[in-house]
Design a protein around this ligand. Structure first.
Ligand code: BGC
Length: 628
């Protein structure tokens, strides 16, 4: 591990250049400049002029926050302006390049026309870290095409309760699987593994430290009531690999560990992550995460800074943060050494990224590169889709389908590129429908391309069984069902009553009696027939025509699908495959075999109470092959 304690002698090699530059700059900075570097504001709430005036160290896009018409050129132009503002030279002002961060968690997914890869759960099903690394390399290029330097990825959560709305960001419930991806993805994103950034790299961010996947009942931002041994053995495990590969940044979790907020957890951040594990990079807080630390804002800022947070994601309230942190330093509540350590880390990351040497965004090699969303990138994403599919049932060898067959394609998810991409695509919560996912193919479009006698049922769904499509006209039905897009707490399966005060971001639910905003969950049951009764109806309607049914489920997690399985001759878990639905068709027609296995146990019944799903229908690792 390339660890560097703050006051240790600088390491040799390229990392040492970063260290030297960081130390030199730090010695010339005022408190205002240092606090500015520690501040990360959201683009909607900070102008380039403010970046210049307040020495803002980083700007981010929250999910769905995009400049102009949301094309790479709009992003490059915006980044160019922020960069120029940060590099403005005048008396007493030290130019330090701004670091821009986005959630590129399955491709450069904020931007229209990007190649969208399967969410992590699908990559985990593929059991192929090299495939994930290939996806990460393309993601880095499509992020660089927008002039951005930093992605808040990979998510290294080990989700232990699939009711959690972020289950799809998790590779597996098995920490060893998540760990096997962590280092490969970090190295691929950063295009190096020596603590610097290669020419085709962007800074990675391992998140969310730590135990975000361990919360009771899978409640987003909830409490992980687990022992330290379990926290280390399961949830910290993938971070070791990420740090080994020199992940430059780590984001803190909005969750708690045994009722203590991770954002104020000095032991977890300073002692374990930075001390014991020797993490030399920067620790960034999550969206308004420090607000939950203490009622008094100044105190919250002091606790979080003293816990070891270096850069503060304070999207809207950055002015308040700057004055609060400044006062806490002046009063002695936050020691100057802590500020210096934080800023040294930030500058070291910026130097390691080569930001001081990179030309302005508009003049960078990859900016506006034509490979963004290109056919070559989409071929790689389609390959990832093919590898991620898990076959759960295949009665009488009904799969693979014959391209010459008369196929009735039905189900609400059959022709919906937005739903197959899921959350964190164009918008924070994702977008249903086809309009805003440019390029790529829905599952139906993939089927249509190879099966000339396939017909899409009315409205993409034959659920109504209106009889417009004559009986006897088909050999088989392909019914594509599943979840609608969601992200974070809005994907939770839980009681809608408020479970946490918190740091909600838009769109938030109504306020509860105590005035706390709550995030509305996706539903209250893991049972698909309860969440989407129209899906079972679509399967049954096709069966009522006398057709054998091949069901494809698009979802961010395993669901209780006992009834849908019983009524289907074949059943495929396709996760959230992203923009290239053609990859699903490739496997359905046998152009490629099924290779995926379950990264999470498939539940047999809806879990009740706090315990994770206990009854297992299919275990982790299950997955049929065509040869079976
Ligand atoms: C999420 C993070 C994300 C951040 C910035 C937060 O709500 O928890 O995973 O990186 O927003 O968009």
């Amino acid at each position: 591990m390339s660890a560097t304690a703050p006051d240790a002698p600088p390491p040799a090699g390229r990392a040492s250049e970063a260290e030297v530059r960081a130390r030199q700059l730090l010695s010339r900075m005022t408190l205002a400049q240092k606090v500015g570097q520690m501040t990360q504001a959201e683009r909607m709430h900070v102008s380039p002029a403010e970046v210049r005036e307040f020495h803002i160290g980083s700007v981010l896009s929250g999910g769905g926050s995009a400049p102009g018409a949301n094309r790479p050129a709009d992003w490059v132009a915006m980044n160019d302006e922020y960069w120029a503002a940060s590099m403005f030279e005048e008396d007493g002002r030290l130019p330090v390049p701004v670091l821009y961060g986005v959630d590129a968690i399955h491709g450069s997914n904020n931007v229209l026309g990007a190649t969208v890869f399967p969410h992590n759960i699908g990559l985990g099903a593929a059991c192929d870290p090299e495939l994930a690394a290939a996806a990460a390399r393309i993601t880095a290029r499509e992020v660089l095409a927008t002039g951005v330097d930093w992605t808040f990825a990979p998510t290294l959560a080990v989700a232990r309760d699939v009711r959690w709305g972020r289950t799809y960001e998790s590779f597996s419930e098995d920490p060893a699987v998540a760990a096997s991806y962590a280092g490969r993805i970090v190295a691929a994103l950063q295009d190096a593994s020596d603590g610097s950034l290669g020419p085709d790299g962007i800074a990675a961010c391992a998140k969310h430290w730590v135990g975000d996947g361990a919360t009771t009942a899978g409640v987003d931002q909830g409490d992980a009531r687990i022992s330290e041994d379990e926290l280390r053995r399961v949830h910290a495990m993938p971070y070791r690999d990420a740090l080994e590969a020199s992940a430059l940044t780590v984001m803190v979790s909005l969750s708690m560990w045994n009722q203590r907020r991770c954002h104020a957890h000095r032991y977890l951040i300073e002692d374990v992550l930075k001390g014991e594990m020797g993490f030399p990079g920067l620790v960034v807080s999550d969206w308004n995460g420090i607000d939950q630390v203490a009622e008094d804002y100044g105190e919250a800022v002091a606790q979080a800074a003293n816990a070891g947070i270096d850069m503060f994601m304070v999207p809207e309230q950055w002015r308040l943060f700057i004055s609060a942190l400044t006062s806490q330093v002046q009063s002695g509540a936050v020691p100057m050494e802590r500020i210096d350590d934080a800023v040294r880390r930030i500058l070291r990351v910026k130097a390691a990224c080569g930001l001081f040497g990179r030309p302005r965004p508009a003049q960078r090699k990859w900016s506006n590169h034509p490979s963004f969303g290109s056919p070559a990138h989409r071929v790689a994403a389609r390959r990832a889709v093919r590898r991620s599919l898990v076959l759960l049932k295949n009665e009488d060898g009904i799969l693979p389908l014959d391209p010459a067959a008369r196929i009735l394609v039905a189900g609400k998810n059959a022709h919906d590129r937005g739903s197959q991409c899921g959350g964190f695509t164009v918008e924070w919560q994702g977008v249903a429908g086809n309009d805003r996912i440019e390029g790529g193919t829905s599952v139906w479009e993939g089927v249509r391309a190879v099966a000339p006698h396939a017909v899409l049922g009315e409205d993409g769904s034959a659920a109504s069984g209106s009889g417009e499509l004559p009986d006897g006209a088909f050999d088989v039905a392909l019914v594509v069902i599943g979840e609608r897009p969601y992200a974070e707490g809005m994907g939770d399966i839980r009681d809608p009553s408020p479970v946490r005060p918190g740091a909600p971001r838009m769109p938030a639910g109504p306020e509860d009696a105590a005035g706390a905003e709550t995030l509305q969950p996706y539903g209250q049951s893991l049972e698909l027939a309860a969440l989407h009764p129209e899906d079972l109806a679509a399967i049954r309607s096709a069966r009522a025509r006398g057709l054998p049914v091949v069901t494809v489920l698009l979802s961010g997690r395993p669901l209780v699908t006992t009834r849908e399985l019983a009524d289907s001759a074949a059943f495929v878990a396709a996760w959230l495959p992203g923009s290239e639905g053609g990859g699903v068709a490739d496997v359905l027609f046998g152009k490629a075999g099924f290779r995926g296995t379950l990264p999470f146990a498939w539940p047999a019944s809806d879990p009740q109470g706090d315990d994770p799903p206990g009854d297992v229908l299919f275990p982790v690792g299950y997955g049929l092959r065509y040869s079976c």
